[in-house]
Design a binder for this molecule. Sequence first.
Ligand code: 26Y
Length: 840
Amino acid sequence: QPSDTVKSVVDSKEKFEEEFVKHVETSLGRSMYNCDDLAAYQAASNTIRDALIIDWANTQQKQTIQDGKRVYYLSLEFLMGRAMDNALINLKCENNTRQSLNELGFNLEDVLNQEPDAALGNGGLGRLAACFVDSLSSKNYSGWGYGLNYQYGIFEQKIIDGYQIEAPDYWLKYSNPWVLDRNEIQIPVDFYGYVYEEHDPNTGKVKKNWNGGERVLAVASDFPIPGYNTDNTNNLRLWNAKPTNEFDFTKFNAGDYQQSVAAQQRAESITSVLYPNDNFESGKELRLKQQYFWVAASLHDIVRRFKKQHKQNWKKFPDQVAIQLNDTHPTLAVVELQRILVDLEGLEWNEAWSIVTSVFAYTNHTVMAEALEKWPVDLVGRLLPRHLEIIYDINFFFLKEVERKFPGDRDLIRRVSIIDESPKSVKMAFLAIVGSHKVNGVAELHSELIKTTIFKDFVKVFGAEKFTNVTNGITPRRWLRQANPKLAALIAEKLNDPEYDYLTNLGKLKQLEQFVDDEDFLKQWHAIKFDNKRKLAALVKELTDIDIDPSVLFDVQVKRIHEYKRQQLNIFAVIYRYLHIKELLSKGVTIEEIKKNYYIPKASIFGGKAAPGYYMAKTIIHLINKVGEVINADKEIGNLLKVVFIPDYNVSKAEIICPGSDLSNHISTAGTEASGTSNMKFALNGGLIIGTVDGANVEITREIGEENIFLFGNLAESVEELRHKHVFEGVNVPETLQVVFNAIEKEVFGPADEFKSLIDSIRYHGDYYLVTDDFELFLDAHKKLEKVYGHDGGDATDRGHLQEWVKKSVWSVANMGFFSSDRCIDEYAENIWNVEPSNQ
Ligand code: 26Y
């Protein structure tokens, strides 16, 4: 339970209203007569935040006294979304706040809608980090997140003439009530400079020192992370880059005061913007600066906290500290800790290295070559000269060990070297593996794949035990209770759980199975879905002015736009369907007959951002929009088909989209999607999945049963051979897909030039993502699922024909318990971090 102090604020209307008014008048300097929704959001947030801070401070004190092992989750992305709604749920004060706001003349939903998303991430990896901090708090772990407080989150996507246009997301425009600026926590971070040697007269040894050439300050911003149903409130510390007070006197004396100040100001550029690439490495110097800045500040903070309690008792360090590397982005932390221990604390190399490797563990999120970080040796050497030396030493000792284990295997040594010879670069994934005691993938298939492909040689060197799996999960607080309050309430009622304890015990969902033949229950279940579809239709109307009928099948694909995720496969199938419907109509087949014998009415709903420099992804967005323009304007087809592209897909929109979907697409080329997590969000909200045998779809199928998911497509084990065949025997475009290409080339959807590269990549460049191989299998899967959904749509009252679909929906939700991020955190805690939750 939240503590009493917190409860006194959030549980009493009088207290809440008093605090609210105080914030309006003092913090905001306004009056209640001049208080709009935005001001109400700020005053309400400040009120709840004040209460939260008390739990947060108590938690920190308690954790310090208990002095157990702490977990630090290092992630360059935390895709948090909105904080207020989540705080209300985790503190269980939603009702009280709603009523208080009502009495003050406000509507809670309107107030919540004022909050900008904290969009400090790209997609899956960033949202996973956000779910993990929620679970760390909710399951009573002592676990902090460390990241960067970007001034600009992921760009805002506008769709203009069917093209993606990026606008800056200056999310801190109205200051952020959910952050505590800790201006007193300032850590200097150095870049550039040179290394010099020093003779230590005491030991007779040569000591290496780094003299940095440019210094910036890391200043902390703290985000309290409330747990659900507990007063455990962990911290998410995000760093801001600020100039130092030091002054460049040489420049000043040369009369260049302006320039000297300008140079200082540039410090802030380090944390100014989130790189908008998802699964694609760009190798920019500023990105490497971000990484070191963040890693150096975080480690300094961790080490300082350790020393405060344990002085220089370094042997204890691995008993007190576990650090999880969210992908390779924080891998310099391995090098920085070794530098701290050897150069600054004077430990022997081997002793330091054994501490380092017991502290770190590394999570891999992709097998795709273009997403694997490689930093040019020149760049690393210029920016971080001492770190480059240490990397070379780490590599030297590692390769020596390999040579000892596999004498004479020159080729193995070449393959596992952390340094790539041409072009000379540091392979960050290899460095992360060598510097960690455990490496994990994010779903079973993915974890097996990394062992047999990109990290195969490391299994040979370190043994298979070093590699493990933790299948991803999502927090049911945000993705069920917050996104879908009605479904959450129905479940609570059926589980006889008025306190919603199942939200931290998601296995309890299993009990829903007993209602799968209960007519009334199925009706209620479906009425909730229908209601959520209406909300989604309203969002679509608001954002695109397109009308979609909530009684048609909502077929959704929302996620980053990427060739491997195959939005092109989906839109090609939509085009095929449209052309086929038109052909049938031209032959005199009526709409009613088409509905009965061919296609059920549906709305294809897309959403997602393309990296600004990713031409092919932008082309896919353009095609979806152009196809939508043509189809939605076609009066002849009635409600048989609509195509929508929801602009600026983000966390708060996902909270509306996931509950409102009947069917969602997770159709990546087998072996490319490490896990996927939106598949879990949709399934937990009672949507069915059409998907390939990839990522966590495999385990979702195992849990919910293969009769409740529509799987299709070639398997991961065939991919290599198919790609080979494409290159050496040519690509075979099936007739059905050829029809689609013909229509695009005949300019049914506007100038054909615009889409040439998309078709060429399939026809002439080897169809790397196997669109041709899976196209007809995808069409077949649709036939099958449309039979199940039924051929006459239906409305909220007539559900008879939907029985089978609704049962599958219930059955799925009942078996989604495994995909709670609480389970993930328990697995990390037990198998990787060796920590236990505190018993409160
Ligand atoms: C190198 C850099 C440009 C980079 C930046 C972002 C590389 C990768 C990423 C993001 C990767 C990402 O989001 N990966 C996704 O992680 C999810 C959580 O594990 C998985 O569910 C999903 O399959 C995977 O694509």
